[in-house]
Design a protein around this ligand. Structure first.
Ligand SMILES: Cc1ncc(COP(=O)(O)O)c(C=O)c1O
Length: 389
């Protein structure tokens, strides 16, 4: 096929470097090298036993056909009950749309809200796919440089300053990927009010919700019924490959998103939906909470170790399972550093490159979603690498 046949929007979509590094790591593993993976953002824990049993049961019972586009009613109810139990929020199941991961939730939200040529504000650094979802619908992600003083999140002042004629809304992730830092509720509230006054939309990606190690449980949904909130079973519920997530929408958007979901996706995996019902059993929640405590233990180990090795961690991450560390005292090229480290000592870290231009060369992201033993071994390897340079 001639390349001229390709849609021009592809030019606005960059490859995901994390995946490229993983490919390089896989090639080294094929040669027999032992690699410690701290690249891809995926829990090392997998679905809890009750979820696996529920999936098996669903398959045996033949519960494998399409569900409605908005998801199984009982799963929407279970998600609603989860908001009530953990966050004290009354979210009607009718506002919840079950999707194939946060990715499909973002796709549907962007399909519904992004007008060609319009601008969506988001922080730099941030999760790269978010800006590519906007690009896929021919909008422009306006990346606003944000540093440690703003916890790498947007501030109300930034939103005010960068809002233009073309701006339609803001897209935030809290806790954030790659930084593991959350936006302060009071700051978010001011942003929501500002955006509301401009008749725009606020999308908050809460995919790392549940993996917050400080403060009281919080959801942006407490700030009003006009927010669009993205969530997923991938992270807290450890179900990455099951492809299951959800959207919470303002009531008026539900029929619009439902019609998009019917056409673009039909539904999320029915087996995964039946299985996910078991996530909310008290025994499953107890196990997820134990795993969360283990993530916190790892964070508390790795942050001081990185600092000891010469990385700077200007804001201690309060959630997710990432540390975004400034490596400028070690190298002036984070990309070259991560490739060299992979080749020499078999440790996969991700350069800032994926997450936006402002920190591309100075920062690396480390995912501590790996065992404590692996983290300890990685620290020893990085120390050896730095001593040998
Ligand atoms: C901030 C953020 N949003 C969305 C996603 C997509 O996750 P999924 O589609 O597995 O739910 C990820 C995955 O890493 C993420 O970090």
């Amino acid at each position: 096929m001639h390349l001229n046949a390709l849609a021009s929007r592809l030019q606005n979509i960059a490859p995901f470097h994390v995946m490229e590094l993983s490919k390089m790591a896989a090639a080294l593993e094929q040669q027999g090298r032992h690699i410690i993976h701290m690249g891809i953002g995926e829990p090392d824990f997998t679905a809890v036993p009750a979820v696996v049993a529920a999936a098996t049961e669903a398959m045996s019972a033949g519960k494998m056909q399409y569900t409605s586009a908005t998801g199984l009613p009982e799963l929407r109810e279970a998600i609603s009950a989860h908001y009530q139990r953990v966050y004290g929020l009354n979210i009607s199941p009718s506002r919840i749309v079950v999707t194939a991961g946060a990715s499909a939730a973002l796709l549907l939200a962007c399909a519904a809200l992004v007008e060609p040529g319009s601008e969506i504000l988001m922080p730099d650094p941030s999760y790269p796919c978010n800006r590519h979802f906007v690009a896929a619908f021919e909008g422009r992600a306006r990346l606003i440089e944000s540093g440690p003083e703003d916890r790498f999140q947007l501030s109300p002042e930034m939103v005010e300053q960068y809002w233009s004629e073309a701006t339609r809304g803001v897209l935030l992730a809290s806790p954030s990927n790659p930084t593991g830092t959350s936006i302060l509720p009071a700051q978010l509230q001011k942003i929501v009010e500002l955006v509301r006054s401009k008749q725009g939309f606020t999308i908050v990606d809460e995919i790392y919700q549940g993996l917050s190690y400080e403060g009281a449980p919080f959801s942006a949904l407490s700030l009003g019924e006009d927010l669009i909130v993205i969530n997923s079973f991938s992270k807290y519920f450890n179900m990455t490959g099951w492809r299951l997530g959800w959207l919470v929408l303002p009531e008026v958007l539900v029929p619009q998103v439902e019609k998009l979901a019917q056409n673009l996706l039909i539904c999320a995996s029915s087996i995964a939906q039946h299985a996910a019902l078991a996530c909310f059993h008290p025994d499953s929640i107890a196990l997820y909470e134990q795993r969360k405590a283990e993530f916190k233990r790892r964070r508390d180990y790795i942050v001081p170790q990185l600092q000891r090795l010469g990385f700077k961690v200007p804001v201690v991450p309060d959630g997710a399972f990432y540390v975004y560390a400034d490596c400028s005292d070690i190298s002036d090229d984070a990309d070259a550093l991560t490739i060299d480290m992979l080749n020499k000592v078999g440790v996969v870290l991700v350069p800032g490159l994926d997450f936006g231009p402002s920190t591309a060369r100075r920062y690396i992201r480390l995912s501590y979603a790996t065992s404590m033993e692996n983290l300890q071994e990685a620290v020893a390897r990085i120390e050896r690498y730095l001593a040998q340079r």
